[in-house]
Design a binder for this molecule. Structure first.
Ligand SMILES: Nc1ncnc2c1ncn2[C@@H]1O[C@H](COP(=O)(O)OP(=O)(O)OP(=O)(O)O)[C@@H](O)[C@H]1O
Ligand SMILES: [Mg+2]
Length: 1007
């Protein structure tokens, strides 16, 4: 055990200066703070000594690394004392300082007396600790020889001093504790000085200084394996630390590329300062850091950092909104930070997609902060992080020959016998410093080189020496030379990853031989508390250790590891599901892998839509690889496909949903699972309806589904989903009567979910208006909007889309919707997916553009952004036609008449041929209007052609003819043909049920 003594320097003087009362107050505060530090490191406060405390580490609970923990506590106590001293100096004008002494050894411990702590340690050792305290410098920590020996590998110590101490005849050895050895958060220790790289180091220094002054930047360090990226980052880290810049690091791993969120979680855990804290304290720390944050946002952060309170459920927020809010919160925290920071992301070539895109979002604010980001990757990486706006890239080339020679000379030493072998190494290494190092290690292990690093001799004739042909071979040779136990250990560790704990190794049923690996400099111990953690010295060592194993041995390790991860942390099983699935998949246990993939997808579903889809995709692949004779394999193949198709809405048209759908169809034919097929068809129809150019396919599929739906035995909820999809297809394809029939079927069902009722009513209202029944239609739309208030934000936004679509068609008024669209946009932004936001933006923009007293500029702005998003995300394309009309009229007003006509011409043609013709009139009318405005002979001919062609293409739906009638009238007016012009109002007989829309509503040209 280790005993800690802390005492206030010259406490009598302080008492004299401030009075006994105040001294007691100061002492109470100090003891409180010190005690919590001690407890934080697992120690026990043994007693208060009047002007200090005594604490014990290693008892009553046995702690293996008691000495190291005691050192950490001693440093922590000194820090607290220094903080308190600032207050005391200000208030009382006296200097508060502490001395701390530590001693380790056998202490006879037992229940002596019945003090509050019920525990007292006695023995000679306690006395030694006290003596160490007495010789410590004020503000310092003194270690006895025994303690120093236990911690010298992990701490920074002053040279040993021999001190005369009261009560001891001979002088006693003591060492002053300076700090904890820089924890190698990452692999790659280097004792050899840096060779070359002057330009790179000075670039990074310059960028760091500029960043610190408030103009932050992102720096990419690229280059092949072993070239020195991590080494250069190490220089940057040293520089940063010497300038008091805080450093936060994370790294990516080859086996975790498919595990969503892993890298970003790790980085923010470091930045939030929650490493090493238990969940409760971690949550408290986060709240300290961002004191004004919204409570729901904080719950999202807890969840991201993996420190959530299991008793508190995740707020009901859609994944997109979750991501937006997290981004906003982290960005705000980054911007609010005044202390400079360096963020390091190592080995981005292995980053997972979700982390990658989240980090890219976060890095957009870096230029406005005093922070620098350094990202390293190998040249094969071409992802988003290589394209961050304004980032600087440092591409590391091989060392030059003189530099390589200098490096090798430093490693080998000055003896003339190594000259020739050195040349051979330089030639083979081709400027790769890691290769040079590994060759030298290999030769040393083989006995060709004798001595130690920096002072080798060589007695072998170089002609007889073989040097490894490649870096891999050099590392492989070194691993081969290990004893059986060490080899088994390194193999198992390689399966775990770059970093591993001894506990996990034990879980793999491996008797760890870590010493030999550390000595051979293949691995390093990177953490001592709370549990020992190790890391491969270099990613390539892990890669070689991994690849050199027999596949079957490796598979077995992967299988055991999956079990060990599950058993080791059952509470985090959902969070670890993706990792477990990956290991099982590599082990070839497809059945189990499938289950874990599906479980991971469920966990990811409310967190990140794309990440969840990636898991279903993995589950699909696993199921497809299973042999056909496997029972229930068809169901396994079906389930992830169903999920992929029904969530395809989130991915625009980037993926091959058509192929997937065809496969699903075949599968359901084999299993007879018509319900799954019908639901997938409904999803497919919605998707087609949303993608303007595929409306005809929506219509065809709707016919199939309608036929099928009658034959399926399913509940009202499912049935209403199916029928609503059919109704939507009918609506966008202008089959209005058919749409009403389907909606009547929904109305006839009982126990239909509110969502489906509201959607059906919104479609009904729109259809009725299109048919000319304005009053009834508007009433139904109004009812659906009211119902929408109580429904999820995405649904209420969808419902409002129908109302505002009627506004843009000139068939309904905007004024009543103003309050609703504001609220819908707010809710969608706070809680909803992108699709919901897009629908809400649409309604908001259209409504504020058309409403009395609206704000057209703001509205056009929102619609402009929306159009860009529609293009970018390939979602909500149904809105494209009307957006084109509105925005191009505006563009023409602002002088871009020619461009506007070109866009509208294309848009009109597209929607006429394959899109939703409900909306085709909008670009049509806008186009005719602008052609007339430009007014060349060709323009008028074109306008005529458009207007004249309509009667052959019209759908015989009076409401849809309005645009044509208006266009025709405009044309007539322009040409002074009053007959033509005056004939139009009478032909709107279809609108007789309501008021005449043309009289009620502004013509779009008047916006
Ligand atoms: N300029 C240099 N001078 C001295 N030693 C160097 C230099 N560059 C790299 N090294 C040493 O070479 C080894 C490999 O370098 P490092 O780990 O930085 O490679 P890396 O580019 O990060 O490779 P990887 O892509 O595999 O991570 C390290 O031990 C490092 O200390
Ligand atoms: Mg590296």
């Amino acid at each position: 055990m280790t005993v800690l003594f802390a005492d206030v320097v010259h406490s009598m003087d302080i008492a004299a200066a401030v009075g006994a009362e105040r001294l007691r107050e100061i002492m109470a505060e100090l003891v409180n703070r010190a005690s919590s530090v001690v407890q934080g490191y697992g120690g026990t406060v043994d007693k208060f000594t009047g002007d200090g405390i005594m604490a014990v580490f290693g008892a009553p609970v046995a702690l293996e690394d008691h000495a190291f923990r005691a050192c950490l506590a001693a440093l922590g106590i000194q820090e607290e004392a220094k903080r308190l001293a600032v207050d005391v100096r200000e208030r009382d004008g006296v200097e508060l300082q502490l001395r701390v002494g530590l001693n380790s050894g056998q202490v006879i411990a037992g229940e002596i007396g019945s003090g509050a702590l019920g525990y007292t340690a006695i023995g000679e050792q306690v006395g030694m600790a006290q003596r160490m305290e007495s010789v410590a410098p004020p503000g310092g920590v003194m270690l006895s020889e025994s303690t120093a020996r236990l911690v010298e590998h992990a701490t920074l110590l002053e040279e040993a001093e021999k001190l005369d101490i009261k009560g001891s005849d001979a002088p006693v050895v003591a060492r002053c504790l300076l700090g904890v050895a820089p924890q190698r958060e990452r692999i790659g220790s280097w004792r050899e000085p840096l060779v070359g790289r002057e330009l790179e180091v000075s670039t990074i220094t310059g960028l760091l200084d500029r960043s610190m002054s408030g103009r932050g930047c992102v720096v990419c360090v690229a280059g092949p394996a072993g070239i020195g990226k991590t080494r250069l980052v190490g220089e940057a880290v040293q520089l940063a630390k010497s300038r008091d810049v805080e450093v936060f690091s994370t790294f990516c791993e080859s086996h975790a590329t498919d595990i969503a969120l892993r890298v970003v979680t790790r980085l923010w855990r470091a930045a939030a300062g929650v490493m090493g804290l238990d969940d409760e304290n971690a949550r408290a720390r986060v709240r300290e850091r961002v004191p004004d944050a919204d409570e729901q946002d904080l719950l999202l952060v807890d969840d991201l950092l993996g420190i959530a309170d299991p008793e508190v459920s995740l707020p009901r927020i859609d994944p997109d909104a979750r991501r937006r809010r997290l981004t906003a919160l982290v960005n705000a925290a980054l911007l609010a930070r005044t202390r400079p920071a360096l963020y390091v992301i190592e080995d981005a070539h292995w980053i997972d997609a979700v982390s990658e895109s989240m980090l890219a979002d976060f890095f957009t604010v870096i230029p406005q902060t005093p922070s620098m980001v350094v990202i390293t990757y190998r040249p094969e990486y071409e992802g988003t992080l290589t394209r961050i706006h304004g980032a600087q890239t440092i591409a590391l080339a091989p060392l030059s020959d003189p530099e390589s020679s200098a490096l090798v000379a430093k490693l080998l030493g000055p003896d003339s016998s190594v000259g020739e072998v050195g040349e051979a190494i330089v030639a083979r290494a081709a400027g790769n410093p890691f290769f040079a190092q590994e060759m030298i290690r290999d030769l040393a292990e083989r006995g060709v080189l004798q001595g130690t690093i920096g002072s080798y001799v060589c007695h072998t004739d170089v002609a007889e020496v073989s040097v490894p042909a490649t870096l891999h071979a050099a590392i492989g040779a070194r691993i081969d030379r290990l004893g059986t136990g060490a080899k088994k250990t390194i193999n198992a560790a390689a399966v775990i990853g770059l970093r591993f704990t001894a506990t996990l190794l034990t879980g793999l049923e491996v008797d760890s031989v870590l010493d030999e690996l550390t000595k051979a400099e293949l691995i390093d111990q990177v953490r001592f508390t709370p549990r020992a953690e190790y890391a491969f010295r270099h990613p390539l060592i892990r890669a070689v250790a991994y690849e050199s194993q027999l596949k079957s041995d490796r598979a077995q390790l992967h299988r055991r590891l999956a079990a060990a991860i599950e058993v080791g942390d059952p509470q985090s099983a959902d969070e670890n599901a993706a990792l477990i699935a990956e290991h099982l998949e590599t082990a070839g246990d497809l059945h189990a892998a499938y289950r874990w993939h599906m479980r991971a997808a469920e966990w990811l579903r409310p967190r990140d839509a794309l990440a969840a889809r990636a898991r279903w995709e993995s589950a699909r692949c696993a199921a497809d690889r299973l042999p056909d004779d496997h029972t229930a394999v068809l169901d396994m193949r079906l389930a992830p496909r169903t999920m992929l198709i029904s969530t395809s809405f989130y991915v625009g048209d980037d993926v091959d949903i058509d192929g997937l759908y065809g496969e699903l169809r075949d599968l359901t034919m084999q299993t007879g699972d018509l319900r799954s097929l019908a639901l997938a068809m409904a999803g497919r129809i919605q998707w087609f309806a949303d993608h303007h150019t595929r409306v005809p396919e929506a219509a065809t599929l709707a016919t199939d589904l309608e036929e099928m739906a009658t034959g399926i035995d399913c509940d009202a909820a499912t049935k209403s989903i199916l029928l609503n999809a059919v109704a939507m297809a009918r609506f966008v394809n202008c089959e209005f009567e058919a749409a009403l029939q389907v909606i009547d079927e929904i109305a006839a069902l009982t126990e239909v979910p509110a969502v489906e009722i509201a959607l059906a009513r919104a479609i009904r209202g729109s259809v009725e208006i299109c048919l000319g029944d304005y009053e009834l239609g508007r009433r139904h739309l109004q009812e659906s909007v009211e119902q929408g208030h109580a429904l999820p934000p995405v649904v209420s936004a969808q419902i409002l889309f129908f109302s505002s679509a009627m506004v843009v068609l000139g068939m309904s008024q905007a004024d009543d919707l103003v309050d609703d669209v504001h609220e819908a946009l707010r809710r969608a932004e706070e809680f909803g997916d992108s699709s919901g936001i897009m629908a809400a933006q649409y309604s908001y923009g259209i409504t504020l553009l058309c409403a009395e007293g609206g704000s057209p500029d703001d509205a056009l702005d929102v619609l402009q952004r929306l159009r860009t998003d529609v293009e970018k995300h390939k979602m909500f394309k149904l809105a494209a036609a009307t957006l084109d009309a509105v925005l191009e009229i505006d563009a023409a007003r602002k002088g871009k008449l020619d461009e506007a006509i070109d866009v509208l011409r294309a848009s009109f043609a597209l929607h006429m041929s394959s899109g939703s013709r409900v909306f085709v009139g909008c670009p049509g009318e806008a186009l005719v209007g602008l052609l007339i405005e430009r007014g060349s002979t060709d323009d008028l001919v074109e306008a005529h052609r458009i207007v004249d062609q309509w009667p052959t293409q019209r759908l015989n739906i009076p409401a849809l003819d309005l645009w044509w009638l208006k266009s025709r009238a405009l044309l007539a007016e322009a040409e002074g043909n009053s007959d033509y012009y005056t004939s139009w109002p009478t032909s709107t007989s279809g609108c007789a049920k309501g008021s005449t829309p043309a009289a009620d509503f502004p013509r779009r040209g008047e916006w």
